[in-house]
Design a protein around this ligand. Structure first.
Ligand code: C2E
Ligand code: CA
Ligand code: CA
Ligand code: CA
Length: 274
């Protein structure tokens, strides 16, 4: 009787119930928002730490006042991320085609594991490129470590290898925050690692360990001939330190928050083609 009582308690946990309901409502609203074109794409510059030049952008989904940390997980759980991710990819390629033509700007797009599991993923990417006129070599797909370790791994690797042969680049996002081993670096079809902002040093004198971590990741990347992008640079001190530690490219509020496409066009205008 005690056991049954406990089960019942779990079943009707009011907080859990509220969360399920909130999630279900979020999914309904997401579906509606997709039908009604309520999403937009913002862009954050990727900056050459040596020159300060904006060499690329990362596309980030936006929906009303919700944070991506709220609606992306709901979209992942419900499978809507496949449609949303395709929409973001196509929009980003369209926006970036002009930036690439005029300024040589590259574009990075986040890709969910659910998209990579779809049989037609390479076709989706190739048609986004063909329809926008963006050259494949100007596109980077950002994936997290978990993508390559889950059950969908063989198919994901096949897709990525095929796209890389066409010139598309692949980056590992949030590098160092997952549970994976480093062994996968030898096997995976990747070009760049994005160093998570958890590794960006904060200005506290005397902590040599935080520098050692970044330096080690940079050396690791060099050893595998991979590029590096550091995320979450918020101060000039951090940008200087990270440059001295050997990081090539960086992103963060110090340079710019993510901004709408029109604002990005205006920001890039003074930069001529390389
Ligand atoms: P992410 O891919 O790691 O993107 C970087 C996040 O860090 C962005 O958050 C960006 O606004 C934020 N950020 C940039 N610079 C700084 C900084 O200096 N300090 C701090 N504290 N944060 C900074 P955002 O736009 O809220 O996106 C959160 C996450 O949602 C992304 O993390 C990504 O995992 C996911 N996401 C966003 N758009 C998409 C999408 O189109 N598809 C997929 N699958 N995921 C997306
Ligand atoms: Ca990313
Ligand atoms: Ca990241
Ligand atoms: Ca992240």
């Amino acid at each position: 009787a005690k056991e049954a009582g406990r089960d019942q308690f779990v079943c009707y946990d009011p907080q859990l119930r509220t969360r399920h309901l909130a999630q279900a409502r979020m999914v309904d609203r997401l579906r509606e928002a997709l039908d009604e074109d309520q999403f937009s794409v913002f862009y954050q510059p990727v900056v050459d730490l040596q020159t300060g030049r904006w060499v690329g952008v990362e596309a980030l989904a936006r929906w009303e006042s919700f944070s991506p940390d709220q609606f992306i997980p709901a979209a992942e759980d419900s499978g809507l991320i496949v449609a949303l991710g395709t929409w973001v990819l196509r929009q980003a390629c369209r926006d970036a085609a002009a930036w690439h033509r005029d300024h040589g700007t590259r574009v990075a797009v986040n890709v969910s594991v659910h998209q990579l599991r779809e049989a037609n993923f390479t076709v989706v990417v190739e048609s986004a490129l063909a329809d926008s006129g963006l050259p494949p070599s100007a596109l980077t797909l950002e994936i997290t470590e978990s993508v390559l370790l889950g059950t969908g791994m063989p198919r994901a690797i096949t897709h990525l290898a095929e796209l890389r042969r066409a010139g598309v680049r692949v980056a590992i996002d949030d590098f160092g925050t997952g549970f994976s081993s480093l062994a996968y670096l030898q096997e995976l079809p990747i070009d760049t690692i994005k160093i998570d902002r958890a590794f960006v040093p904060c200005a506290q004198p005397g902590d040599a360990r935080q520098f050692a971590l970044v330096r080690t990741i940079v050396q690791l990347a060099r050893g595998f001939r991979l590029g590096t992008v550091v995320e979450g640079i918020e101060t000039s001190w951090q940008s200087r330190v990270l440059r001295l530690l050997g990081c090539q490219l960086g992103q963060g509020y110090y340079y710019s928050k993510p901004i709408p496409a029109a604002a990005m066009t205006a920001e890039l205008a003074p930069q001529s083609a390389p």
